[in-house]
Write a protein that binds this ligand. Structure first.
Ligand SMILES: Nc1ccn([C@@H]2O[C@H](COP(=O)(O)OP(=O)(O)OP(=O)(O)O)[C@@H](O)[C@H]2O)c(=O)n1
Ligand SMILES: C[C@](O)(CO)[C@H](O)COP(=O)(O)O
Length: 234
């Protein structure tokens, strides 16, 4: 049985938000986005510990949020880097678990059930990533404004986080990437380059990444709807 820790990356700059505010601290239903994200990991029985990656200068802010919300599984706050890849790497050696779940703080609708499914799939297949089938028809452009290809949609998936790996293997993948190659926009990509097969765990479209102001609006609507459903159930 593997032990699991989570690296929650919250060190982005949020340049696509109008406010220019780092997204993890924007309020969603009156609480920071990061607090919603950490809820699922704190509640998930499979997760033993959590490392939060904060932007340089925001470590105290992250620590205060963790303290105020009482997130007992958070064992450390580490400082992130310029690119997401560097931020993830900063968290890997702060854990001592066999397995690691990497998750974007900007995806607050992750559920404990999906985290558990990622752990199970990684335990069975070595690595896993939550993903949803692509809904639109995707085109490849020539970079000059013209379409050059239409990939077969039935093979396309929009990958999310969490993504689950052997921690030692992910450290090795990051080390190799540091010696060259194009920056990876997710961690699965680094393992793919080493020939590792990543199991797809079918996720949920609601686990979207808050990237632009419209996403925050959608997130508010979804949260209001969920609160409404919960109070009807209680
Ligand atoms: N140097 C970075 C860049 C990103 N992230 C984190 O990676 C996740 C996904 O990245 P994204 O939201 O796209 O990045 P941001 O830098 O936050 O936003 P943008 O690219 O719009 O500036 C976010 O939770 C973000 O905080 C990080 O920890 N360190
Ligand atoms: C990891 C990720 O969320 C998977 O969809 C995504 O690739 C993050 O990339 P971004 O460029 O930092 O949005």
């Amino acid at each position: 049985m593997m032990t699991w820790g989570a690296v929650v990356v919250a060190a982005g700059r949020g340049t696509r938000m109008r406010a220019g505010e780092n997204k993890p601290y924007l309020l969603l239903g009156g609480r920071p986005v990061l607090a919603h994200t950490l809820d699922a990991f704190e509640r998930c029985p499979a997760v033993a510990s959590i490392v939060v990656i904060a932007a340089p200068g925001e470590e105290a802010r992250a620590a205060e949020l963790v303290r105020a919300e009482g997130f007992h599984k958070v064992t450390s706050i580490e400082t992130g880097g310029r690119e997401r890849q560097q931020s993830v790497f900063a968290g890997l050696s702060a854990l001592d678990t066999d397995g690691v779940l990497v998750h974007d703080a900007a995806r607050p609708f992750v559920t404990s059930a999906h985290i558990e499914s990622c752990c199970r799939a990684a335990q069975a297949h070595g690595a896993s990533a939550l993903a949803v089938p692509v809904k639109d028809t995707i085109k490849v452009s020539d970079g000059k404004g013209f379409i050059v290809d239409t990939p077969d949609r039935s093979t396309l998936w929009s990958v999310q986080t969490p993504q689950a790996f052997s921690r030692i293997e992910l450290i090795e993948a990051h080390r190799r990437a540091q010696s060259g190659g194009t920056p990876a926009t997710d961690d699965a990509m680094l393992l793919e380059r080493m020939g590792r097969k990543i199991a797809i765990v079918v996720g949920d479209y609601t686990n979207f990444k808050i990237t632009t102001p419209e996403d925050l609006l959608l997130a508010e609507m979804l949260l209001t709807r969920r609160h409404g459903e919960k109070s009807r159930d209680d």
